[in-house]
Design a binder for this molecule. Structure first.
Ligand code: ACO
Length: 330
């Protein structure tokens, strides 16, 4: 890495602001309803709907890949933004379930035809998309890159324990993408990031190595376990911390909650969306929710819901959206 100070002139040249110019999304065609899931584990449509708001989830088939979903979402975002793939400087893939643990972003860039783009993955579970947005803003605001394709995509179905009714009812697969570009006006009005590693054990998808002899040595080889979650703790964390970080971000943006047109939270549980809206004093009509159709799609959930709301004409250009991700980390 070569480091030097950026000249003020450079900041002015590139406008030092960021705007979202287009969005897109994709979900696998395969759908599993609550009733179908109730044939596999001891649960019911009534329990799942009442406790979570979820009605069905889209699941990838064994031959389908995360890259395919991400490319479809990315293509749609490029079309809406009216920009060519070759004009993208950077592709950020927010995911916890890459097709390749070394990262899938650069392969996705190549499949999209973004031949000039640098690509890297960001792992921050269900918060990956909002963390990615903050990263994209740093590159654009400093004038390093002008156009970033940010994709949030996850296929958590690969890592769900389908015998654990406490988790398997929650998750689905999908992808969402946005084109972020340099703009004279900064449309990322403020952000706040927060992590509490002391609660890391509440939600894990951890490596489970088995000792394997290599010559005189023993190394660990193996695979990852399944998603394990303390649902009540994560729920408590979300309801307490999400309103707090949104209020801090609003303060940085010099805005009040009344000025928020849409509350766009990570789609984990309808009860969390309602509790956060209530804490912020926002009516339910100003919340975005597509949980009933997709369940929790992790890093994909915010851009997927954003894309649907934009295409339905709900979210209009220039409106104020308060978005918050939360989950593993915590
Ligand atoms: N069907 C039927 N009964 C169930 C099911 C099910 N699928 N799951 C749990 N139960 C039972 C439990 O066994 C328990 O029974 P008991 O009272 O006899 O012991 C009862 O229902 C209540 O269980 P709780 O776990 O207390 O249920 P709760 O109301 O807390 O809902 C839920 C569970 C939906 C998981 C909730 O805690 C939640 O949404 N937590 C937040 C999860 C989240 O937001 N994750 C986001 C991050 S994901 C990421 O980062 C990858």
């Amino acid at each position: 890495m070569i480091l030097t100070c950026i000249e003020e002139k450079t900041l002015k040249t590139f406008g030092a602001g960021m705007a979202i110019a287009g969005c897109g999304s994709a979900a696998p065609a395969g759908v599993l309803t609550n009733d179908e899931l109730a044939k596999v584990v001891d649960t019911s449509d009534e329990w799942i709907r009442t406790r979570t708001g979820i009605g069905q989830r889209h699941l990838t088939k064994p031959q389908e890949t995360l890259s395919h979903l991400a490319v479809t979402a990315g293509q749609q975002a490029l079309v809406m933004a009216g920009v060519e793939a070759e004009s993208i400087d950077l592709v950020i893939l927010a995911t916890s379930t890459p097709d390749d643990l070394f990262g899938s972003a650069s392969k996705i860039a190549s499949l999209l035809g973004a031949s000039r783009a640098v690509g890297f993955d960001v792992t921050a579970a269900c918060s990956g998309f909002v963390f990615g947005l903050a990263i994209a803003a740093q590159f654009i605001r400093t004038g390093v890159y002008q156009r970033v394709l940010l994709i949030g995509a996850d296929v958590l179905s690969r890592w769900v324990d389908w015998t654990d009714r406490g988790t398997c009812v929650l998750f689905g697969d999908g992808a969402g993408a946005v084109v972020c570009q340099a703009s004279p006006e900064d449309r990322l009005l403020g952000f706040e990031l927060y992590s509490d590693g002391s609660k890391n054990d509440c939600l894990t998808l951890s490596y489970q190595g088995q000792p394997r002899p290599v010559g005189e040595m023993a190394v660990a080889a193996g695979t990852y376990g399944a998603i394990a979650m303390n649902g009540r703790e994560v729920y408590r964390f979300a309801v307490e911390k999400v309103p707090e970080v949104i209020e801090k971000a609003l303060y940085r943006a010099n805005l009040t909650a009344e000025q928020v047109d849409w509350l766009l939270l990570h789609q984990a549980n309808q009860r969390i969306i309602e509790a956060v809206a209530e804490r912020l004093g926002l009516p339910l009509e100003r919340t975005i929710s597509n949980l009933s159709q997709y369940g929790n799609t992790s890093a994909a959930s915010i851009p997927l819901a954003l894309d649907e709301a934009v295409r339905q004409g709900k979210i209009q250009p220039g409106q104020v959206v308060a978005a918050s991700g939360f989950g593993a980390g915590l």
